[in-house]
Structures are given as C-alpha cells and as structure tokens.
Design a binder for this molecule. Sequence first.
Ligand code: PBG
Length: 322
Amino acid sequence: MAFPDTRLRRLRRTAALRGLVRETELSPARFISPIFVSATGGAVSLMPGVARLSISEAVREAAELAALGIPGTMLFGIPEEKDQEGSGAWDDEGIVQLATRAIKDAHPDFLVITDLCLCEYTSHGHCGVLSTDGQVDNDASLELLARSAVSQARAGADVIAPSDMMDGRVGAIRAELDAEGLTETPIMAYSAKFASAFYGPFREAAGSAPASGDRRGYQMDPANGREALREVELDVAEGADMIMIKPALAYLDVIARVRELTRLPIAAYNVSGEYAMVKAAAAAGALDERQAVLELLTSIRRAGADMIVTYHAKDAARWLAQ
Ligand code: PBG
C-alpha cells in the first residue's frame, strides 16, 4: 500500500504516539563515564567540563555518577613518573590501582572498568615497548600488558579494557588472568580502534601524545571496515567478553557491521575529539547542545552499540531525567 493509503506521519502526530513506536531508547544505564585520575589534578582545557581528579575526588565523582543512574566508569591513570617500559602500569600501588581500590571500597556496586594501555605510562608515549629500531615491539608488549591486567584486576577492577592494539593481547591477558585465578574478570576489547584525529584532547588530558611518530603502525587505518571485522573475530576467538569500537561517530557503519557479525555486547567510545567538537559548536551558538548530544548518542545506540563510553554521560543523564 502506498500513499495516500499509507501515511507515516500518522504515528508521528503526538509525543505519546512517537514514544510508543520509538525503536531506540537512551538510558543512563547504558552510559560509562570516563574518569582521569592523577596526583596533580587540573582542568583539561580542550574538554570543557572534564578534569583530572585526585583519588578522593574520583571517589566523589563515582558517587555522583551512581546517583545519576550511570553504572560505571572507564578509569584512566596519569602517573607522576613515566619510563621507557611504562612500569607504572603494573605497579600494585600505581595511580589506577589505588583509585580502583578507593572507588570499589566506597562504592562496591559501581563498576570500575580500567583502560589498559602503556601509553599513559611510557616516556615515549607509545602503547607498547619500543624495540631497538624504535618500532613498537608487539610480542614484548604482551607480557607487560598481561601483568598490568592482573594488577588492575587484583585492585578490584570489574572489567579490563585493553586499548593498545597489539596483536594477540586479548589471548595473552585472558591466559594470565586465568593463571592467577582471576577467571571471573571480563575483558572488554578495544577491537576496532582506529588511528584517529579525534583522540587529540584525550592526549592533553592523559599527557600521552607519542613523543615521535604516530600510532598508525598498530591502530587501524580509518579506511578499513572489513579489517575491523577481522579484528573482532580474532578478539572473540581469543576470549573477549565484550567488543569496543572507537571512535564512535565517524565509525557508525563499523558498529552496524559488527552488530551483524557477533552476539557479544558492543561498546562504542564517543571519544574526546567528538566531545570537544560538540562543546565548541554549542559554545559558538551553532547548535543546541542538549538536542545535539541526545541525537548523537541515540545514533550510536541505533547503529547497534549496547553501551556508550562518553564524556557527555552526566549531562545526558540529567537531561534524560527531566
Ligand atoms: C590509550 C587510549 C586513548 C584513548 C583511550 N585509550 C588514546 C590513544 O590511543 O591515543 C582515547 C580516548 C579519547 O580520545 O577520548 N591508548
């Protein structure tokens, strides 16, 4: 049946009708709000509304997130000292480990998902250790990542989220967690993580810009969709419990394709540059921030993501509650 018998506007007539037929719901229960912990603290100038927090501030932030109905955080640590190997990453008294323990002690039900990578901890800012030729040494990095995962899990992390993009890291981390009796700790694999311009503001927040070169030797080429599916297949085979796609907005097609490929839960990371772009446009009066943010978050869910890591989480949760 076509027009005039079919009129799609019939179901758009009132808010109640639109609500009844809405295909995608947005809820704070599907948000994960990142926290940056550091000893020094301070605002992140490129990300209005985001700051580096001390451990006690991070504990308070967790309470605020929980009160808004946001179930968890993606936790990043910025250590006071960095070295060639990134040894702060597996220090049981390191910043992420201390913050994880403090948050979990105060709020046992609040989820702490720890980002697992060496770039915040290495003096050269790359996501793994360097070999003598200055390249990131994949296999040598695996052992350090696995060790760091165990340290994070022992500190109480609910989920380990490796973001380094080394080949074989999910399997290496799973094996090490299991060997240490941490069989119940799930892995959220940043499976399709692209070498993106949209991480710019994050690198200011984490002080993790590579001192030389870039990450194109290990993060994915933004041109490749099929290869993203291969990354996902490998991570599933290696034992990933959840899959992450990152960034989100320029990669909605990848989210949709991965949704077709796997039955695992999918997370999408609405990254720092995506956040900064919306904030700047809103500050310039170019768009209505509330409407824009809710529309973008809805698009990520519609593409197929079960959960969204986003710096907009608190604002969006407040708007949704109104
Ligand atoms: C660590 C990591 C990065 C982000 C999350 N984990 C930065 C990078 O890969 O350079 C980016 C998050 C964001 O931009 O919000 N490797």
